[in-house]
Write a protein that binds this ligand. Structure first.
Ligand code: SAM
Length: 288
């Protein structure tokens, strides 16, 4: 046992192309006492490729809290640790948050070892504005939840970045087109850094048709990026909200939404949903 605390390294690994593992990452993975990996079998192949023989232990979403406690003890005992996930940067839609938090709480130094992150890799080649963007991770799996989640993001003016599964890409793009409008510029970035890397920029309507028509585009790993709402659209939303609030003060919900739609040109069902929300906000517990 030593008085010196160990260091927790958060090490990014490739998202496909093994050449993207940095020499620094290779050195640190070889030098630490232990590697905490999301899936030891999966990461075993990476380590084997680089002839790294460091012992591994599993840290995944199902055991993270309990496992973090034993790993913190290891760090307190002076052992150094590298955290890796199956691909890319740990903690980004991947396990590790509890461990990093606990390490910070225990006064352990946390050192990031940067590398690939699919969201940033996709953004860098998307051609969409990069000055301001938001990362949203995976949208909800179920259609109704996904639609209302997208509704909440409709006025967002920054570039939006989503991870999406190949099983849901068709439905998700269709929902995006319905909520954000078919003309909204978007990008699907698939199989980045791999043999079948494809980066396609088009309107949501065109991307929707293209992905539906080609089963190859429904395979592998993908990032979906969306241009933020144009400022005029945001202004229209603000105006619709103002009109809706005024009408709601005088009229029943359905009538207020219908009139607001006629006045502003916005979709009636969207205004109706928003009116219900506003009623719930002003009269908690109401089922308006
Ligand atoms: N931590 C990872 C990172 O830094 O990118 C992300 C892990 S998350 C569980 C996996 C998702 O990332 C995939 O479903 C996909 O949306 C995206 N992704 C990972 N690798 C990718 C690749 N090579 N090409 C496109 N998207 C990728």
């Amino acid at each position: 046992m030593s008085n010196k605390l160990g260091i927790l390294y958060v090490v990014a690994t490739p998202i496909g192309n093994l050449e993207d593992l940095s020499p620094r990452a290779v050195r640190i993975l070889g030098e630490v006492d232990l590697i905490a990996a999301e899936d030891t079998r999966h990461s075993g192949r990476l380590l084997q490729h680089f002839a790294i023989t460091t012992r591994m232990t599993a840290l995944h979403e199902h055991n993270e809290r309990a496992k973090a406690a034993t790993l913190i003890q290891d760090l307190c005992d002076g052992r150094s640790l590298a955290l890796i996930s199956d691909a890319g940067t740990p903690l980004v839609s991947d396990p590790g948050f509890n461990l990093v938090r606990a390490a910070q709480g225990a006064g352990i130094t946390v050192v990031p070892v940067p590398g690939a992150c699919a969201a940033i890799v996709a953004l860098s080649a998307s051609g969409l504005p990069t000055d301001r963007f938001i990362f949203e991770g995976f949208p909800p799996v179920k259609h109704a939840a996904r639609v209302s989640y997208f509704e909440g993001l409709r006025p967002e003016t920054r570039t939006l970045i989503f991870y999406e599964s190949s099983h849901r890409i068709v439905e998700s793009l269709a929902d995006m087109a319905a909520v954000f409008g078919p003309e909204r510029p978007a990008v699907v970035a698939r199989e980045l850094t791999k043999q079948f890397e494809t980066i396609r920029a088009a309107s949501l309507a065109d991307l929707n048709i293209w992905v539906q028509a080609d089963p190859d585009q429904q395979r592998g790993e993908m990032v979906v990026l969306l241009a933020g709402a144009p400022l005029e659209e945001q202004a229209r939303d603000v105006e619709a909200e103002r009109v809706l609030r005024l009408l709601l003060a005088e009229l029943p919900v359905r009538q207020a939404a219908s009139l607001a739609a006629q006045i502003t040109g916005q979709k009636k069902n969207q205004l109706y949903e928003r009116a219900l929300e506003l009623m719930r906000e002003t009269t908690p517990g109401s089922k308006a």
